[in-house]
Design a protein around this ligand. Sequence first.
Ligand SMILES: C[S@@+](CC[C@H](N)C(=O)[O-])C[C@H]1O[C@@H](n2cnc3c(N)ncnc32)[C@H](O)[C@@H]1O
Length: 166
Amino acid sequence: MLKKARRLDSKGDYRLIEESDFSQFKPKAFDLVLSAFTFDNIPTMKKKVMALNGIRNLLKAQGRMVNLVSSPEIYTHEWASFSTKDFPENKYAKSGDAVRIIQTDTADKRPVVDILWTHEYYLETYKKAGLVIVETYKPLAKPREPYRWINETRIAPWTIHVLRSG
Ligand SMILES: C[S@@+](CC[C@H](N)C(=O)[O-])C[C@H]1O[C@@H](n2cnc3c(N)ncnc32)[C@H](O)[C@@H]1O
């Protein structure tokens, strides 16, 4: 993945770090940290808090973390490019449980296993990590867009939390 990224963007700085070990970065030096879907796959409260604590420590005083995560609803509905109808058990999942979802627009139709994490659990997780939510976005698709949206215009499959150090 890193090789591919460097090939596409030779000026970028791509690094692999050990889990939650941010020691190679200068503390309190970053304006923005973006995490896209990573926390859907970090399994426990302890591990999530460890990673978020490390990220909080990287932020400047006015710095922000943008955490893009899956909404619990994604695992119980159908979408233009995701399907969950084969996994009715997702409906009974609680925070910390495995949930399955198939990406329909790729060749590999094996289900992806994510970890369900409700909004209430995210609130507790951020609190434990010393982070405060500045904004929460649940963006919806627009009906006039040229895509065959299924539920995207009424349910947000993803949630975006903008966070600051508390
Ligand atoms: C759904 S993928 C998202 C990948 C990419 N950010 C994107 O948007 O396409 C989740 C990523 O989280 C990574 N991941 C899983 N556990 C992690 C952990 N404990 N710390 C950091 N990354 C982790 C996985 O390797 C995987 O690349």
